[in-house]
Write a protein that binds this ligand. Structure first.
Ligand code: EPU
Length: 434
């Protein structure tokens, strides 16, 4: 196991190039199962979650080859089984997208339940509701979800809870179904639009992605093609907050500024300068000026993203006054506050609400990454802490941030990856972030 060692206090300056979106990539990779032909996918982030899903595809019989960094060629024509029993299933949440895509292709799927939970209960009842409505019979035995349908037939499905995963999974299963499926109360996240765009490029007929009503007219088959994944909105937001936390001036490039609107608005509100251009945003802050308190409530897109909550909370620990952060998506996404306290934060959690009293500075300490975004928050805090901060359990962080250390160092951060002698053995615990 490795850890990050950060010597804080350096301002970040320069350009950072954002990689392809994790949460789009982890849906698009399973979606290729339904394509008869070769998909060439560009802007594929080189992160653990992506490597794991690609190895699951390979295990199922797909041809997978990296043509160049960030460009992967996938051909799933040779997959002839509807079973995904790779050990990775229990490690990664997004493995549940194989349920939708295998069901779509074979009218049957046998996929392990995604693993234990990291920030509260993470049910998949809405995914099941959708699959059943399309005609699948479902049984769960020994942690394996078995689904079978004579054929999938389009229908109307109202999601009782706004769920990104359920929206995408139902879109996947409905793509090759007979007739039209309408998903109401669908999520609107950019990665949902990207997954629909990928499928449409391969011949699907999906309309309304990005709104809360998605219509999928089933098609007979999908053909190969070329697609480029959208930039990672959360990676971009993380660098924006890091720039704001350390002071300095950073151009966050290769992004879609529209996707960043809520993060940009909050940063502006607390006293950070955010300038928007066509495909980049410049974030700057005079370190001599104090940041101001604010209130945040996380919500599905276009609300403030839950996946930016830990990073922004870390920043608010250094803002003047009392900030209130309400987590509106997950039940238990404040475990990392305990770690921020080790750096000197003054914050209290009561259920889904965190009250943060701004302090003048963080002091370096040993902390650990509770999950992917919590880990990013620790790094941000470490970058502006006085002295040395060590962040352990970085395997969670590396699931979602491509070349995190390299990109930060290029901006002037003093951060390195080192062997962690105190770490627990690799597989003694796992969590399913993302
Ligand atoms: N929910 C249900 N029933 C369901 C599905 C979800 O009650 O069948 C509830 C969940 O318990 C939660 C809420 O609905 O309270 C939202 O869950 P959602 O299904 O939208 O989350 P997800 O699809 O499992 C994705 C991202 C997460 C991100 C959430 C919310 C991927 C692979 N993961 O998870 O990303 O937090 O949407 O935006 O797309 C991350 O990248 O760090 C990450 C955790």
């Amino acid at each position: 196991m490795e850890k990050y060692v950060i010597s804080g206090g350096k301002t970040l300056n320069g350009d950072v190039f954002i990689s392809g979106g994790k949460n789009a990539a982890v849906a698009i990779i399973p979606a290729t199962v339904m394509v008869r032909g070769t998909c060439v996918i560009e802007n594929m982030p080189n992160i653990t979650d992506v490597r794991l899903l690609l190895s699951m595809l390979k295990d199922m019989g797909a041809d997978v080859e990296f043509l160049a960094p960030g460009i992967v060629r996938v051909n799933c024509s040779n997959i002839n089984s509807f079973v995904s029993d790779h050990e990775g299933v229990r490690k990664i949440r997004a493995s549940y997208y194989f349920m939708g895509s295998l069901l779509g292709r074979f009218s049957a799927a046998r996929v392990g339940l995604p693993g234990g939970c990291d920030f509260g209960v993470r049910p998949i009842d809405q995914h099941m509701k959708g699959f059943e409505a399309l005609g699948a019979e479902i049984s769960i035995e020994h942690g394996i979800v078995n689904m079978k349908a004579e054929k999938l037939v389009g229908t109307s499905i109202y999601l009782d809870t706004r769920s990104v995963g359920a929206t995408i999974n139902i879109v996947l299963a409905a793509t090759l179904a007979e007739g039209t499926t309408v998903i109401e109360n669908a999520c609107r996240e950019p990665h949902i639009v990207d997954t629909a765009n990928f499928l449409n490029t391969m011949g699907a007929d999906i309309k309304g992605a990005g709104t809360d009503v998605i219509k999928i007219k089933g098609v007979k088959s999908l053909h190969g093609g070329k697609y480029s994944i959208i930039p990672d909105q959360i990676e971009a937001g993380t660098y924006m907050v890091a720039a704001a936390a350390t002071g300095g001036k950073v151009a966050v490039r290769n992004i879609i500024p529209k996707h960043m609107e809520t993060v940009s608005a909050k940063l502006t509100e607390i006293g950070v300068t955010v300038e928007e251009f066509d495909d980049y945003i410049v974030v700057s802050r005079d370190p001599a000026k104090k940041l101001m308190k604010t209130k945040i409530k996380t919500m599905p897109y276009p609300g403030f993203p839950t996946d930016m909550q830990p990073q922004l909370s870390a920043l608010l620990c250094l803002a003047e006054g009392t900030s209130i952060v309400t987590e509106g998506v997950w039940d238990n996404r404040f475990r990392y506050i305990e770690e921020l306290r080790k750096l000197g934060a003054k914050a209290d959690v009561d259920g889904k609400i965190c009250v943060i009293e701004g302090v003048d500075r963080f002091l370096g300490a040993k902390v650990h990454a509770c999950d992917l975004r919590a880990g990013a928050a620790m790094v941000i805090a470490g970058l502006c802490a006085e002295g040395i901060t060590e962040v352990s359990d970085i395997k969670y962080v590396e699931r979602g941030y491509e070349n995190f250390v390299e990109k930060l160092r290029k901006l002037g951060a003093n951060i390195s990856k080192e062997k962690d002698d105190e770490a627990e053995p690799e597989d003694s615990k796992f969590c399913d972030v993302g």
